[in-house]
Each structure stands twice: as C-alpha cells, then as structure tokens.
Design a protein around this ligand. Structure first.
Ligand SMILES: Nc1nc2c(c(=O)[nH]1)N[C@H]1C(S)=C(S)[C@@H](COP(=O)(O)O)O[C@H]1N2
Ligand SMILES: [Mo]
Length: 379
C-alpha cells in the first residue's frame, strides 16, 4: 500500500495499489475496467509529466487499438457546408503544426478528499498532468468545412464504446467560441512522442484551461451542430449546480436553471515535495516544491504557511511555460526548532482568484481546489 493523504477515506487508501498498464510505468489503480489509473505524487514533481506516468481515465470498457494508417477523421453535422474526411498524414501535411503546454486535469481530481464523501472514482491528487502537446488548430480544420451561421456547438466522438449497446457512447460538445479558440487543438503528440495508446492515440482534442472531460481521445468524428447536443455525457454527467461556482467559462447553450457543464479549471496548487509525514534531521534546510495552475489566466503568486495558516510567505515561482501550463514553485524552509509543522500552500491567479480552506461541495465532487495541508517533522 502507498502512503496517501490522510484525509482520503479509508476505502480509497486501501485501493491505492500500484499497477502497470502495457506501456506505462506503475500508476495508482482506481479501477481496472474501464481503466482508471492516477499518477503517483512524486511523478508530479517534473515541469512536464512523463508519458509513461501520465494518468489514464476512461468511462467505457471497449477501447480499440487504433491503426493509424487506416484511421480517418470525419467532419460533418447539420451546420457545415462541406463535410470532410482526412487521414492522419493529410491532417499533418495540410495544417500548421503548433506546440502548446497545458495541464490536463480531470474535473473529479481529488474527489476522494471531499468530506462528506461523494460517489464516483475516489481520485487522490494524481488525476492530472502537464504536457507539451503538438497538433493542429481545430479552427483551421473547421474553417475548411464552411460553417453555417446557425452553428451552435461542436461535438466530438472517439473510437471507444461501451460493452453493452445501451451504454451511452462518450461524446462531448464545446460551445462554438471555445472550438474556434486559437488554442484548441487536435493533438497527435505529447512531450515529443506520439500519443500513448492510453492517452488517445492517434489523435485527441486538447482544450486548454478546460477540464479534461472535453479532451476526447481516439478522436474520429466531429460534428458542427445547430442545436444543443443532448447526449448523456453533456446532459447528465459532468455538471455542477448553476451559479455555485463564481468562476469558469460559461456554456450557455447547455445551461439549465439548475445545472451547467463543468468547464474551466479553478486556480489550484499541489505540494510535490516533501511527502506528507516526512521526517528531517536537525539543521536540514527543507526545499518545499510544487506546482500551481488555473484555467489560463496564469499564476501571479504562490504563498506558503509553515505554521498551520497563521502566517504566510511568498514562494519563488519557476519557469513560465505559458498560461495553460502549471507553474513550478519552490520555498526553502529552515526550521529554527524541532517539532511538527503544518505546511499549507495557496495559489492566486492574475485575475485575483485564490484557493479557499475548504472545497465547495457539489453532488459529483468536481472542482476540488481547497488549500492542501501536509505535516512534516524536524527532529
Ligand atoms: N474517448 C474518450 N476520451 C476521453 C474520455 C473517455 O472516456 N473516452 N474521458 C475523458 C476524461 S473525463 C478525462 S479526465 C480525460 C483523461 O485523459 P487521459 O486518460 O489522457 O489522462 O480524457 C477524456 N477523454
Ligand atoms: Mo474526467
């Protein structure tokens, strides 16, 4: 068993076993079928999360190994003038290839930390990663399809399906404006290599700043539609109560009086070193490290408390890889006496949003961004 945050419910801790998927280093297994594996905390220390340690999240159990040579991307829907179909080679040849650093984070990351407990996969801190994505702009592809003026949303389907015919297919939609954003990509590669099978080979959507539910893997069909898409994964899943969170990109064509899709990532941070409960010797200076990110405004400051939140000091920010990437930070702590120290970290973004002491409760356990606390001991 792995050490885990002591606020995780017992069930989640017991299931925290390391196990490997083909082509991956050991990850923390949450479910085997469909495969749901999270990145161990120590592997989140790097500016870019290695592909072999990048988390894996699926809703459906039938996940075909896609043959890149036979794969095609189809673009259609009632709001395109010209339906299109491209092979992988055609997409890579005909459109400008761009790079973008961005955090891919499941909306349910840290669900296991909610008190009271909410149903769903009991993720710890590792249902996220930061990668350098390489691909083409979705906008450039859509412009060749001649969008009609009634275009409202764009839907995305991947090659995976349910085992039973009645399982709703995983199809997501974006509002037209987000689909046409310069930074929304059809990506083929991450961190300089082709996408791993488990992260969407041969192509996935990259929707920087928005929760990973929109980052459809094994992408094979795009439809531009004139009506709000009403599939299960938009209408029923991945929703939060309307108005509960002050921030976040609005998705008005999907909003009802009571609920709205979870969209933009909230400002958040993670302590990646030391581990919770770690012990240090007399006289040791302790480098406390971590990362901070948000939905694309960019991080303006990271503060740390080593006395349980009574006083706060500024951390040094590391290299800026762009507003959608996470920002490394570091703080050198030289305790003047022995004892136990409660370390807390709080990030603030460029529009002044910050983390609170508790997460905002919501039925599906999304958007957990409470200030994290770890305890360290100096003998
Ligand atoms: N085809 C497909 N794409 C998908 C999903 C899925 O179940 N099927 N899950 C989404 C969700 S909810 C998340 S959190 C991310 C996870 O990306 P990763 O597995 O590459 O880490 O994929 C998204 N794209
Ligand atoms: Mo997710």
């Amino acid at each position: 068993m792995l050490p885990g945050p002591d606020t995780l419910p017992a069930g989640a801790l017991e299931s925290a076993v390391l196990s490997s998927l083909p082509g991956k280093q050991p990850l923390i297994k949450r479910t085997y079928r469909p495969p749901n594996y999270e990145t161990p905390p120590a592997a989140l220390n790097d500016p870019f999360t290695p592909n072999s340690r990048f988390f894996v999240r699926y809703h459906l159990s039938s996940i075909p190994a896609v043959d890149a040579a036979a794969w095609k991307l189809r673009i259609g829907g009632d709001a395109v003038g010209t339906p299109l179909e491209y092979t992988l080679a055609e997409l890579q040849r005909r459109f400008e290839v761009v790079d973008l650093a961005a955090v891919c984070q499941c909306a349910g990351n840290r669900r296991g930390l909610f008190q009271p407990h909410v149903p769903g996969i009991q993720w710890g801190h590792g249902a996220m990663g930061n990668a350098l994505w390489k691909g083409i702009r979705l906008r450039d592809v859509l412009s060749r399809a001649h969008l009609k003026k009634e275009a409202l949303e764009v839907t995305f389907d991947g090659a995976d399906t349910g085992v039973l015919a009645k399982t709703p297919d995983f199809v997501k939609s974006l509002p037209l404006a987000k689909a046409l954003d310069d930074h929304t990509l059809i990506a083929f590669a991450m961190n300089g290599e082709a996408l791993p099978h488990w992260n969407g080979f041969p192509a996935r959507l990259v929707v920087p700043g928005w929760t990973a539910t929109y980052w459809v893997k094994h992408l094979n069909a795009i439809d531009v539609v004139s009506k709000a898409f009403d599939g299960f994964w938009m209408k029923t899943a991945y929703r939060i109560p309307t108005g509960l969170f002050a921030e976040g990109g609005r998705f008005l064509s999907q909003q009802t009086e009571t609920s709205t899709p979870v969209t933009e990532l909230l400002v958040n941070s993670l302590i990646t070193h030391p581990a919770d409960g770690q012990r240090f010797g007399h006289g040791d200076a302790i480098d406390i490290n971590g990362v901070a990110w948000d939905g694309g405004q960019g991080i303006s400051r990271v503060e740390i408390s080593t006395d349980g939140g009574r006083s706060w000091d500024l951390c040094a920010l590391g290299k800026d890889y762009g507003p959608y990437a996470w920002r490394p930070w570091v703080y050198r702590f030289a305790p003047s006496h022995s004892g136990t120290f409660a370390v807390k970290v709080r990030a603030t973004n460029r529009s002044g949003s910050t983390q609170g002491t508790t997460a905002i409760e919501n039925p599906a356990g999304y958007h957990h961004n409470a200030i994290q606390t770890i305890t360290i001991h100096r003998v």
